[in-house]
Design a protein around this ligand. Structure first.
Ligand SMILES: NC(=O)c1ccc[n+]([C@@H]2O[C@H](COP(=O)([O-])OP(=O)(O)OC[C@H]3O[C@@H](n4cnc5c(N)ncnc54)[C@H](OP(=O)(O)O)[C@@H]3O)[C@@H](O)[C@H]2O)c1
Length: 258
């Protein structure tokens, strides 16, 4: 049984769909109800089991309602993917500290960090009850390296520290905590940007594998981290970026943020 936050689109949606294909019951969350219901309809059309629970992860009452829904419906939780983040604001969060508005800082903190902590806090009893809980935080290579996205890097770097600390505490209850750091991934939100901006072609060339990522690339590692085959894996940070981090250069000058 899995909860994937922010699974109405993009990487979260791909993870929710793949978990369902692998046999998990999946709760799809996010604020856009129409899209959430569409993801559940796709899960069911492929023979899987899922439900949508509208959740704004930055709102404590929503997270409490999510925990209540999961507890009442399934009684237990095996997998929590903390994927929700204000990814659409990444462009505004791209820049020097003095140029970023307080509203953007607040949103990075409120959704990306506080929202993740709320989900962990209120869903933890159900993960402990499972006896084999797996928490996966969705960070970014921007949380590992300095590339000038001050606000976004703050949010994603925080998740990396949270992963290691929570892994120590979670181990007492056999709750594993790991983190995924994707590089650039084309999602619905960025498809047009990639298509319209010739500079994005350069981004593909930065990757050792000469292409940007797809949501399904990230879904496969989320499948592994949730599986019993990863039973000895906790506190780890998994970079999946086509080899760009290995190369040491995340962006070119004047490259637009995605
Ligand atoms: N695409 C990339 O290149 C890339 C690279 C590295 C890391 N990431 C990370 O991957 C994750 C997914 O991003 P994406 O690229 O797939 O973008 P996306 O399609 O915009 O997905 C973001 C998801 O987060 C949800 N969300 C945002 N604010 C929320 C809130 N307050 N409460 C609940 N859900 C919320 C959105 O759902 P609603 O709008 O329906 O609420 C949406 O489902 C993010 O953590 C992002 O930072 C992305």
């Amino acid at each position: 049984m899995a909860v994937v936050t922010g699974s109405t689109s993009g990487i979260g949606k791909a993870i929710a769909l793949e978990y369902a294909r692998q046999g998990a019951k999946v709760v799809v969350t996010g604020r856009r109800e129409g899209l959430g219901e569409q993801v559940v309809a796709q899960i069911k059309s492929e023979g899987g089991q899922g439900a949508y629970c509208r959740t704004d992860v930055s709102a404590k009452e929503d997270v409490l309602a999510l925990a209540q829904f999961v507890g009442d419906t399934y009684g237990v939780l095996d997998i929590l993917v903390n994927n929700a983040a204000p990814a659409a604001l990444a462009r505004e969060a791209d820049g020097r500290i003095g140029d970023i508005s307080e509203d953007i800082w607040d949103e990075m903190w409120r959704t990306g960090l506080r929202g993740t902590c709320l989900c962990c806090k209120y869903l933890m009893p159900l993960l402990v009850k499972s006896g084999r809980g797996s928490i996966i935080h969705m960070s970014s290579i921007q949380g590992l390296r300095g590339s000038g996205w001050d606000a976004y890097s703050m949010m994603k770097g925080g998740l990396i520290s949270l992963t290691r600390s929570m892994a120590v505490n979670g181990a007492k209850h056999n709750v594993r905590v790991n983190c995924i750091c994707p590089g650039a991934v084309i999602v619905e939100r960025t498809e047009q940007l990639y298509a319209a901006d010739p500079k994005m072609e350069q981004l593909a060339r930065l990757q050792s594998l000469t292409r940007v990522g797809r949501p399904q690339d990230i879904a496969w590692i989320a499948v592994y981290l949730a599986a019993d085959e990863a039973a000895y894996t906790t506190g780890e940070i998994f970079t999946i970026d086509g080899g760009v981090y290995a190369r040491g250069r995340l962006r070119l000058p004047e490259m637009p943020a995605v």
